[in-house]
Design a protein around this ligand. Structure first.
Ligand SMILES: CC(=O)SCCNC(=O)CCNC(=O)[C@H](O)C(C)(C)COP(=O)(O)OP(=O)(O)OC[C@H]1O[C@@H](n2cnc3c(N)ncnc32)[C@H](O)[C@@H]1OP(=O)(O)O
Ligand SMILES: O=CC(=O)O
Ligand SMILES: [Mg+2]
Length: 722
């Protein structure tokens, strides 16, 4: 370890900061380490106190439930939560005042992509997902059915291709209609006197709303691309009569390209497995590469070697003939870790591990300074802001603590006050119940609230662990608390005047391959007032973008503001199950939860993969991350606690499902089967810990066990090598 200013620093991390992060940041090395040390020593004690408050409140809640039946004493329960400070007194009405917010956040409604930042190939793909091919997104997913000879197959299928074109052009007719006829009938697009002209059968026509024509590329009479705009989002129709698809189209259209992932969250948190300096430096290095525009990735795809770089901005001629430059990349945010974990990468003067959340704020901000100084090849924030998403905060004191930390980091890095913006994840019950107060504490820097319903469900189960047995996992979506929480989040965001300055975001679509279902269901996020919602992949971003063309969220939000109401009672309706489940129901629930849990944990602990697509018992691939793991482990712990199943039954299920998961991974040469030796399999042991010790995990979080077991696995692997 390197000793500096009262800190002991892992050499890998030290070298990264000295050789890669500080050069070009206009921050002096000596001042940095001294300031870093001061921030750590000044703020760590409060970080510790905040965690102690969490534990104390949880103990009080546990005691209350051991004594009383919540169903008989709902009013007393609410009063008790107020008495212990769990429910805070709400501040007087106020409006947020965040300034210098990029338009992607302040005014454009559209999809928000999330990606594990330690995976450079995916991270670059995500940054580039600002624009996505609608033809590819439709062709490659179940949005287009395979009936009547339209199978995907291995080679291009023209029958499927026709269905794709038909879908895309029907969509164009819906949102950018022509005065006469359909986009399906167009034989030529051209530009005349700054207007879009479309030749349809024997006549020419124009757009119903001519303002929707935003620009073009190529020649006026025969443009290679036409740029259109609807609800602040761009769409490009691309033409090329020599292209395999373009040559079969009357107007030579080869693709319709959608402005897709307007913003992207580069995730250092729940989709990432980072347990030591080696892992964290990789996370930070990729974020630095994104901020400098230099990140690239070389990988093998099939037979081909692919090099992936960040896209350039896009250039068009606008209708008046002037140049129009549009961003080629998504606006990037970075999700830091929460207040819970500490890191062995930095030790304080008492040799204690330092809160990882503080390290993340300092380092991700330092790295983003390269973007603020505009030294790189690309630019992220045109407004000169840094966007940090802060997860898993409990109540307003924790939000105030984040604000203090951000102030200190701005001072350290020589940044103007409120350069560092914050996105507040509403994903713990104490934050949901006190959301206005949380927003108040960061009201000059807040750029989003977002319902992280997955963590929030885990917290719902954990907080009320002793109140009774919970409904089945899939029934959670329909429960009163969850509906109330989603609505309350929007109501609070509207009351605090977020629109125009900050996003009101909705949660993740966790079935990456079920795009037809997403198209049917995710529009409700807009109807509920969300001006952004999370998607797991670039393809999902392109498809979800269609919803924002169909609905103007600004109008929805105006309407909803008239109907704001207090939803505390709904949020305090615990999701306890009533009636009875059959033995078969119970076993099916156990099988499903255990399979997902094992499938995820084995890759986390033994492969260092923080986000995986894991098949459920119906063979539907589900996005699993630490938040979904928190749900399944807490759910199993809850049913065990209330006697719906026995420890032996869970153990039997674990062993049976381990074989299923081993089989699912059998084609991976690096995979070590769990069922060969349950005692020796660190992943299997981690799964057991998560369930059998689940009740006692702080907040029901999975991080402490995952980190410990991954470190154990790494140590074993290194020992075997040397
Ligand atoms: C509760 C929460 O906190 S949710 C937030 C955390 N969750 C996430 O961040 C989810 C991010 N998504 C993912 O990690 C992935 O989509 C997974 C793990 C769910 C599925 O990954 P895979 O099984 O590899 O997906 P699949 O094989 O269908 O697609 C891979 C292709 O899609 C791309 N891709 C998939 N997801 C993403 C993404 N989020 N961003 C960018 N590209 C992506 C890959 O780059 C790859 O394309 P390439 O070969 O050209 O590089
Ligand atoms: O972070 C998102 C969630 O749902 O949890
Ligand atoms: Mg979460």
């Amino acid at each position: 370890m390197i000793h500096i200013d009262g800190l002991k620093i892992d050499p890998l991390f030290y070298t990264f900061i000295e050789k890669e992060a500080l050069p070009g940041s206009e921050v002096d090395s000596e001042a940095f380490w001294q300031g870093f040390s001061e921030i750590i020593h000044d703020l760590s004690p409060e970080n510790g106190e905040l965690l102690a408050v969490r534990n104390r409140m949880q103990e009080q809640i546990n005691q209350w439930h051991s004594q009383w039946d919540w169903k008989q004493k709902r009013e007393e329960y609410e009063n008790f939560l107020k008495e212990i400070g769990y429910i805070e007194r709400e501040k007087e009405p106020f409006s947020i005042g965040t300034e210098q917010v990029d338009r992607e956040i302040a005014s454009q409604a559209g999809p928000q992509l999330v990606v594990p930042v330690n995976n450079a190939r995916y991270a670059i793909n995500a940054a580039n997902a600002r624009w996505g091919s609608l033809y590819d997104a439709l062709y490659g997913t179940n949005v287009i059915d395979e009936a009547e000879g339209a199978e995907k197959g291995s080679a291009y299928n023209p029958i499927r291709g026709r269905k794709v074109v038909d879908y895309a052009k029907s969509f164009l007719d819906e949102i950018i209609p022509l005065q006469n006829g359909s986009h399906k009938e167009v034989t030529q697009y051209s530009v005349k006197d700054g207007k879009l002209v479309a030749s349809v059968i024997n006549e020419t026509t124009r757009l119903k709303d001519e303002q929707q024509f935003a620009g073009w590329q190529g020649e006026r009479e025969n443009p290679s691309s036409i740029l259109l705009i609807n609800h602040d989002l761009y769409i490009e129709i691309q033409m090329d009569k020599t292209h395999p698809v373009g040559k079969t189209d009357a107007a030579g259209v080869k693709d319709v390209v959608m402005e897709s992932a307007i913003t992207t969250i580069m995730d250092c948190e729940d989709s990432v497995a980072a347990v030591d300096a080696e892992d964290k430096v990789l996370v930070y290095r990729n974020w630095l590469g994104l901020m400098k525009g230099s990140l690239s990735s070389v990988f093998q795809k099939g037979e081909k070697e692919v090099t992936r770089n960040l896209n350039e901005d896009r250039s068009y001629l606008s209708p008046d003939g002037s140049e129009l430059i549009l961003p080629g990349r998504s606006l990037l945010l970075v999700r830091n870790v929460g207040h819970l974990m500490t890191s062995s990468m930095v030790l304080d003067q008492e040799d204690r591990e330092v809160p990882e959340g503080i390290i993340d704020t300092v380092v991700t901000s330092l790295l983003a300074k390269h973007d603020l100084l505009r030294k790189g090849r690309t630019k992220n924030s045109a407004e000169g802001s840094v966007y940090i998403v802060k997860p898993k905060m409990h109540g307003s004191r924790e939000a105030a603590f984040a604000n203090t930390c951000f102030n200190r980091v701005e001072d350290l890095l020589g940044l103007k006050r409120f350069t560092l913006k914050i996105g507040v994840m509403d994903e713990e019950r104490r934050t949901s119940l006190n959301l206005a107060n949380c927003i108040f504490e960061v009201k000059e820097r807040i750029v989003f609230i977002n319902t992280g319903f997955l963590d929030r469900t885990g917290d719902e189960i954990h907080t009320s662990m002793l109140a009774g047995a919970m409904v089945r996992k899939n029934e959670m979506k329909g429960t009163v608390w969850l509906q109330g929480y989603e609505k309350s989040n929007v109501d609070t965001g509207l009351k605090c005047a977020l629109p125009g300055r900050a996003q009101i975001g909705k949660g993740m679509w966790a079935m990456p391959d079920q795009m037809k279902e997403m198209m049917e269901q995710k529009r409700t996020h807009l109807e509920a007032g969300g001006n952004t919602a999370w998607v797991p992949s670039p393809t999902a971003a392109t498809l979800h973008a269609l919803h924002y063309h169909q609905l103007r969220v600004k109008d929805v939000q105006k309407e909803l503001l008239q109907r704001v109401k207090d939803r505390q009672q709904e949020m305090l309706t615990l999701p306890l199950f009533e009636g009875s489940y059959t033995k078969a129901d119970i076993q099916q629930e156990l099988d499903n939860n255990v399979q997902g849990l094992l499938g995820y944990v084995v890759r986390w602990v033994e492969h260092g993969t923080g986000c995986s697509k894991v098949p459920d018992i119906h063979h539907v691939g589900l996005m699993e991350d630490r938040a979904t793991l928190r749900i399944s482990s807490q759910h199993l712990a809850n049913w065990l606690e209330h006697g719906l199943c026995t420890k032996e039954q869970i153990m039997e299920t674990l062993k049976r499902m381990a074989e299923v998961v081993d089989h699912q991974n059998s084609s991976d040469p690096l995979y070590q089967p769990m069922a060969n030796d349950f005692e020796r399999s660190i992943a299997f042991q981690a799964a057991c810990d998560l369930i059998f010790d689940g009740k006692d995990q702080p907040g029901g979080y999975t991080e402490p066990i995952l980190h410990r077991r991954r470190q154990e696995f790494k140590a074993r692997t290194y020992a075997a090598r040397t």
